[in-house]
Design a protein. Structure first.
Length: 333
């Protein structure tokens, strides 16, 4: 049984693990790439933010998978160690990278010989992202020294990580200077979790024709997400609250879905589905950063959730594992 009510309340790193939880999702950070306080804002006294990252932790096998490697990875792995202890060593069995903006891949550098000195940690990335890592230092050195092993993903494809965990990826529109941008859907024991921390915005859904082969793929994807037909939990881009957030800036030049827009778009879906939408990747200027702000209270009153560091969702009850099969799975990766 999913400990959903507990997950909604879990806003601190010391949230208790649901009883008999086999595999769970842990939010390691929920802020925009630069976190908070942001550089140049030393007088910022608001709640601290770490960049957005999720972990899937299997408490039975000890396996742990990260979604995005942020500049705060050291602190985030320490949090993960406290909530989901694993075997000795780094304890990272794979990292999925959404795109090449600073909050999503810079943490890979800490796998190198100056820090963890990791050995062949699988890093799952789309072709352009993989090429970027292979051909630019210091990332190329990580590959050459076998600190990481780059595994290429493909649009609309999937990879079976374990018997319990499968990951599907699809490109979404975003500023793609160095790589593609993808959203991930993670399937754990039949439950699906969407992780889409960055995309340019929601398309207009009214009046859209039925899907056609020549239709932009992201329109199809966003329609599905808006209806939440295929996912149990959705973690979606909430960089800005509304268009008035950055005085003196043309907000149209910073495409991200606004929280107010997303709530308006999704308000017609059933209440139980709205409760499974969590806003993540919020900027240091976004008022939902403060759990006690009127805007945070408005989000909850409208039936949505806000991702907070340390939040936990139990995805699967304790499951049986064969030691030989586990070793075989690890040897194959």
């Amino acid at each position: 049984m999913i400990a959903f009510a507990a997950a909604l309340m879990a806003s601190t790193p010391m949230a208790e693990k649901p009883a008999a939880c086999g595999i769970e999702l842990i939010v390691l950070g929920a802020g925009q790439d630069a976190g908070a306080p942001q550089i140049g804002n030393a007088d910022d006294t608001g709640p601290r933010l770490l960049p957005s990252s999720l972990a899937i932790a299997d408490h039975v096998t000890g396996e742990r998978f990260l979604f995005d490697a942020t500049p705060a990875i050291t602190e985030q792995l320490a949090l993960l160690d406290s909530l989901a202890p694993t075997r000795d060593g780094l304890g990272v069995d794979g990292v999925f990278i959404t795109h090449a903006h600073i909050g999503h891949y810079l943490g890979l550098a800490y796998f190198g010989r100056e820090a963890a000195g990791a050995s062949n940690v699988p890093v799952f990335a789309m072709p352009r992202m993989a090429q970027f890592l292979r051909t630019n230092g210091p990332w190329s050195q990580l590959s050459e020294l076998e600190n990481i092993e780059i595994v290429e993903l493909h649009h609309d494809g999937s990879i079976q990580l374990t018997k319990q965990i499968e990951v599907w990826q699809r490109k979404v529109p975003h500023r793609d200077e160095y790589s593609e941008t993808v959203a991930f859907i993670v399937t754990v024991a039949g439950k699906k979790i969407l992780y889409a921390p960055d995309f340019d915005g929601w398309p207009e859904l009214q009046g859209l024709a039925d899907a056609k082969d020549d239709r932009p793929l992201y329109l199809e994807m966003m329609e599905v997400l808006a209806q939440l037909e295929v996912v149990d939990y959705a973690f979606i881009d909430a960089t800005f609250w509304d268009d008035n957030e950055l005085p003196g800036r043309d907000m149209s030049e910073i495409p991200h879905p606004r929280v107010t827009e997303s709530m308006d778009l999704l308000e017609t879906i059933p209440a139980d589905k709205r409760a499974q939408v969590f806003f993540i990747h919020y900027n240091h200027t976004n008022p939902i950063r403060d759990p006690n702000s009127p805007e945070s209270k408005q989000v909850l009153e409208r039936g949505f959730g806000i991702a907070r560091r340390g939040m936990r969702l139990c995805l699967s009850e304790t499951h049986a594992i064969d030691g030989a099969e586990l070793q075989m799975e690890q040897d194959q990766r």
